[in-house]
Design a protein around this ligand. Structure first.
Ligand SMILES: [Zn+2]
Length: 146
């Protein structure tokens, strides 16, 4: 990643990076019997495990479930979706040093996760960012029991 005139330039094309990420996911899943639940969805346990490998942090499966329940779906657009369909979204992107921590993870829909990509959350949400950050802080307090 190169920073030029305040703009982020990728060394790889986004398509290529996404393809590599998908291949990596599939390889990981092939070696793990807990990867998919009976309905064919990636299990919550596996999702957390996967992200812990990529960017280790303090997020437990129980905390992830609590985060999904808190938002009831997508933390960004508010769409109501079940926990098993939520993507694990790093508020500070992994590519920018974000970890799989309770303080850095929210549940999101696939579309928001993809659209946000590795942008800063303020840039992604614009004027809606403050509202999100307040909800996120509330979520952290609740999940961390503060
Ligand atoms: Zn969304």
């Amino acid at each position: 990643m190169i920073l030029q005139n305040g703009k982020l330039l990728r060394e790889d094309s986004p398509e290529r990076t996404e393809k590599n990420a998908r291949r990596w996911h599939l390889n990981q899943a092939a070696n793990d019997q807990t990867a998919y639940s009976e309905d064919g969805r990636m299990s919550l346990e596996f999702k957390v495990k996967l992200h812990q490998k990529r960017a280790p942090g303090d997020l437990t499966v129980a905390a992830w479930v609590a985060i999904c329940e808190f938002f009831g779906g997508c933390a960004y657009c508010g769409q109501k979706i079940p926990a098993t369909s939520c993507t694990l979204e790093h508020v500070i992107p992994v590519s920018r040093g974000g970890k799989t921590d309770v303080r850095n993870v929210v549940s999101s829909c696939w579309r928001c996760n993809k659209t946000k990509y590795d942008r800063d959350v303020r840039r992604f949400l614009g004027w809606r960012a403050e509202e999100f950050l307040e909800r996120h802080a509330e979520c952290i307090r609740k999940v961390m029991g503060e």
